[in-house]
Design a protein around this ligand. Structure first.
Ligand code: ZN
Length: 316
């Protein structure tokens, strides 16, 4: 049974809207306990259980188009942001092996012969997603690999991407649901309390999502889906990763999440470093002082996060 309903004003404009139903389905399969909790909040605690998929033919306005929950406990998601998240998920899924090989070669000075066709294709989808931060050109999404219409050649990548995307949106919905569950939307908190509430909402969502993974299941959709969401926020906020008066800084949220992964999730850390390197490059943030000096991606990632802390200290 579906506890969550969704509203959509029309069929959607961008290809990602074809997955709205799949997202709600995916969420309903997270766990029996979660479904019971959602149902009980709807029955006894005024959770209206509605996710609103909005679409606006416009670039992503970070004040209005990033996900949130309103005071009537409706989760609001915007199609333009969802499309960006799908594109980032595609980039990660379709170039995962190439990325790892590239990172390994770059760090260890090994030769690397990446499959340039795969990298170019993944990169063009990623760039199309990023274009939504500044402009709105809907045609491009239908010309590139997308979840609405695709060929057999792309099927595997699209399916992996859809799963990561659904996990990412489920993470978002659970984060927003947690704000309702913990009573955060009923009052105006102080700066410190507000930031703590954001971590609590992240932790709630992460705990429910990761409870579905087995320990051997390292590159699971759930784990990568959360990464895709947290990384997407870096790109949306460009150089300003400070959370201001309401949210924790973006790197602190990422760091909080990474701290909950297992040691056998090492390749996920390589993906995080790679995505952050692209973000730094695009925003002219200096990363030249970064050197891999540790044996694992996890340790390297921790030192990389320290480098971002230094950037914040000197620039924000
Ligand atoms: Zn929040």
């Amino acid at each position: 049974m579906h506890q969550i309903n969704y509203h959509q004003y029309n069929d959607g404009i961008l290809p990602v809207s074809t997955l709205n139903n799949a997202v709600i389905e995916w969420l309903s399969n997270v766990s029996i306990e979660l479904n019971e909790m959602l149902q009980s909040e709807i029955t006894y605690n005024k959770f209206n259980g509605v996710v609103n998929f909005r679409c606006r033919e416009s670039h992503i306005d970070i004040e209005n188009d990033l996900p949130y929950i309103n005071t009537r406990s409706t989760v609001i998601l915007s199609e333009n942001y969802n499309q960006l998240l799908w594109c980032i998920s595609y980039f990660i899924c379709s170039s995962f092996d190439e990325t790892l090989e590239y990172m390994d070669a770059k760090i260890n000075g090994k030769p690397c012969n990446p499959n340039t066709f795969i990298i170019k294709k993944s990169m063009s989808v990623f760039e199309a997603g990023l274009s939504l931060i500044n402009e709105y050109n809907k045609e491009i999404f239908f010309k590139l690999p997308n979840p609405e219409k695709y060929s057999n050649d792309n099927q595997l990548d699209i399916e992996k991407t859809n799963s990561v995307y659904c996990a990412g949106i489920s993470f978002i919905i659970l984060h927003e649901f947690a704000h309702h569950y913990y009573g955060h939307i009923t009052y105006c908190p102080s700066v410190d309390i507000s930031k703590k509430e954001e971590f609590d909402a992240d932790d709630f969502a992460i705990e429910y999502l990761l409870s579905k993974c087995t320990t051997l299941d390292s590159i699971s959709s759930q784990k990568v889906g959360v990464i895709a969401v947290l990384i997407s926020l870096f790109f949306c906020h460009k150089t300003d990763i400070s959370g201001g008066d309401t949210h924790p800084d973006l790197d602190d949220r990422l760091y909080n999440y990474l701290g909950k992964l297992n040691d056998n999730d090492d390749s996920i850390y390589a993906i995080v470093i790679y995505m952050l390197l692209i973000w730094m490059k695009k925003n002219n943030i200096d990363y030249s002082s970064m050197k891999k000096c540790n044996p694992s991606w996890k340790e390297f990632c921790i030192s990389f996060c320290d480098c971002i802390k230094q950037y914040k200290l000197h620039n924000l």
